[in-house]
Design a protein around this ligand. Structure first.
Ligand SMILES: *Cc1c(COP(=O)(O)O)cnc(C)c1O
Length: 370
């Protein structure tokens, strides 16, 4: 069966709408061949790479507007490895984990480590959000800023539980795309291959003085902590503008370029306005459509960076995604384990709102002609 051929004039300039890995702007790739060429393939213990790490840390501090005393730390392995590092070196006795999708659930599973008390897991249905609640004996409150698997965004508000309890936020798909107040969190961690439009392999975290104190205390407690998963190790190395072992230099160059771009355009407020412009257009389209609806029913829960749209039974969403893919518009499939008749579209900062408007024209054309 010949697929629908979308007219050229309605195609987006860039067809990448995946939620991670996500669109990397051509200017970043050019920077890799330009200024990047001087550092790729050189020692990460020498000044050029250390300066690059320093620039990324400073750029993240500027983007996130970190208060005095907060530090940016980094390590190898992405957000998944950060969960293990947190189970070893951040959770003292017990975590509370909000779970309303795949990624919140994965951290909850990691927080169920044998040397910790079973986490207090607060579950909510996919497409909705859960709220943290102060509980005695909990020393880490953890949830995603943006649940990438469902397109639900949350408010970042500190939980006032036991003295010294930490608020720990997975910002992997939110960082640099949703405005918030970082003083409301103690650990704001992410990998850079989603909204920050870099490549994978590293994790970053903005940590508060209370979180630094916790990291130091757990590290000194005698608990067994593997070297590569030690947050104390990451903290000490980050202060020296390096990582314990070799980092992905290309990821750092791409990220540094992206931070310069966002910060140079007006920072987090600018990025937030841009992601809202894109996502608002898609939500409005879905609400007006006779066959589509936003998956996230409560507008207050709807993510500005990951838009999930359900289709009724008269439409095969997988066939739409397939048609789009055949026309160069890729990765609009839903999160695989969610199992819905759905499209999931990233509206990250890198994605041009004009391209989102073009995508909407392509959706209309496909629905009429499929
Ligand atoms: C993608 C994602 C992760 C996992 O990131 P990796 O770097 O692949 O480990 C964790 N949390 C959220 C919210 C994500 O979107």
């Amino acid at each position: 069966m010949p697929h629908v051929v979308l007219p050229r004039e309605i195609l987006p300039t860039d067809g990448r709408f995946g939620c991670g890995p996500s669109k990397i702007r051509p200017e970043q790739v050019e920077a890799l061949a330009g200024r990047g060429a001087g550092v790729l393939g050189t020692s990460h213990r020498q000044a050029p790479v250390k300066n690059l790490v320093g620039s990324v840390r400073a750029g993240l501090g500027e983007l996130l507007r970190v208060p005095a005393g907060y530090e940016i730390i980094l390590g190898n392995g992405g957000s998944t490895v950060f969960w293990d590092a947190a189970a070893f070196g951040l959770i003292e006795r017990r975590a509370q984990n909000l779970v309303f999708g795949e990624f919140g659930g994965k951290f909850a599973a990691t927080a169920a480590a044998p040397w910790l008390e079973a986490p207090d897991v607060r579950k909510a249905e996919p497409g909705t959000s859960a709220t943290a609640e102060a509980v005695e004996g909990v020393d880490v409150y953890a949830w995603p800023h943006n649940e990438t698997s469902t397109g639900v965004a949350t408010e970042i508000r500190r939980v006032h539980g036991d003295d010294g309890a930490l608020t720990v936020i997975d910002a992997t798909s939110a960082a640099g795309g949703i405005d918030f107040t970082i003083a409301e969190s103690d650990v704001y961690y992410f990998a850079p291959q989603k909204n920050l439009g870099s490549d994978g392999g590293l994790w970053f975290a903005a940590v508060s003085p209370a979180a630094i104190e916790r990291i130091e205390r757990v590290a000194a407690s005698g608990r067994y902590i593997p070297e590569s998963l030690s947050l104390k190790n990451a903290l000490d190395n980050s202060r020296l503008q390096q990582t314990l072992n070799t980092p992905a230099l290309a990821t750092l160059v791409l990220l540094d370029e992206q931070l310069n771009w966002i910060n140079g355009n007006g920072g987090l407020q600018w990025a937030d306005a841009r992601t809202h412009e894109s996502s608002d257009a898609l939500y409005a389209w879905a609400e007006a459509s006779p066959v589509a609806t936003p998956f996230v029913a409560d507008p207050a829960d709807r993510s500005p960076v990951v838009v999930t749209i359900d289709f009724d039974e008269s439409v095969d969403a997988a066939a739409i995604a397939k048609t789009l893919r055949a026309n160069g518009i890729v990765d609009t499939e839903p999160y695989r384990k969610l199992g819905r008749n759905q499209l999931r579209i990233a509206t990250f900062t890198s994605i041009d709102p004009d391209d989102v408007r073009q995508l909407i024209r392509c959706l209309d054309y496909t629905l009429e002609n499929i």
